[in-house]
Design a protein around this ligand. Structure first.
Ligand code: SAM
Length: 240
């Protein structure tokens, strides 16, 4: 029997959206293998009136609706035993990166609160000390796709999910650089030859080429990451 390594609990107004894309490929296979588990709860089940109301007008006026703190708090209390940090997906949160993904994968699981409309009353976020995570500087219509992205990124790091245990070590961001370009067969395609060093069988030369390529690509495509990488290198040299 496989012991579940990571338990995802999702609070949403649209539980039917799950597992959605998480049922396919690596995430789906590992879900079937119970390497991770997924539990969804409908926030509407925690409304206290006969109309199952979950939202109300924003105090102070303005467009749209806001999820009520009492309803969200009741949903969070219901999953009090669920393991891991409580995470509210919001464009105002810390932007997801691979370091945060790695940290989350070290936890026994996570509880995800998916907002809708104009978001969630801030009091329930603050009083339950939730982490606030954004998946980027753009606005989705709801937190569900954001939760799926976080879950997908975490799940592929769980032991036993990737074919090769260390398959993700060279991935972009794992060493502070974008990954080198990838090539496969045929070696010559439409007259364009893949870099010959990759077919040399010379492991050290291949590794050197890949590192140089990763540096070049990072410098060109993501000057911000390249600056961070250089600063980290300098710090390592100073500390040594
Ligand atoms: N009025 C909010 C604002 O400007 O910050 C946006 C609300 S958005 C229409 C509805 C919900 O989608 C949010 O409560 C949040 O859960 C989710 N969401 C939208 N964009 C997101 C992002 N970039 N990252 C994470 N969640 C997001």
């Amino acid at each position: 029997m496989v012991v579940s390594k990571w338990d995802a609990t999702v609070l949403t107004l649209f539980p039917q959206m799950f597992p959605g894309p998480l049922s396919a490929s690596l995430a789906g296979k590992s879900l079937n293998q119970k390497i991770w588990t997924l539990k969804t709860l409908d926030i509407r089940d925690f409304a206290s009136d006969k109309h199952r109301t979950v939202d109300d007008n924003p105090l102070g006026g303005g467009v749209g609706m806001v999820l009520r703190p009492d309803v969200v708090a009741a949903a969070l209390t219901h999953v009090a035993e669920a393991p891991g940090p409580r995470i509210y997906l919001t464009p105002r949160g810390r932007v997801l990166d691979q370091k945060l993904v790695r940290d989350l994968a070290e936890q026994p699981g996570a509880v995800f609160l998916c907002g809708r409309y104009e978001g969630v009353d801030q009091r329930v976020i603050d009083s339950t000390d939730m982490m606030e995570i954004s998946i980027g500087d753009y606005i989705l219509s709801g937190g569900e796709p954001a939760a799926m992205i976080v879950i997908d990124a975490v799940v592929r790091l769980l032991p036993g999910v990737m074919g090769k245990e260390n398959g993700h070590r060279d991935d972009s961001f794992e060493v502070g650089l974008l990954e080198h370009s990838q090539f496969t067969q045929p070696r010559i395609w439409q007259g364009i030859e893949a870099p010959s060093v990759l077919a040399s069988g010379h492991h050290q030369k291949i590794a050197e080429w890949q590192l140089a390529e990763a540096k070049r690509e990072t410098q060109t495509r993501r000057p911000d990451l390249w600056e961070q990488y250089l600063r980290a290198q300098q710090k390592r040299e100073t500390d040594a």
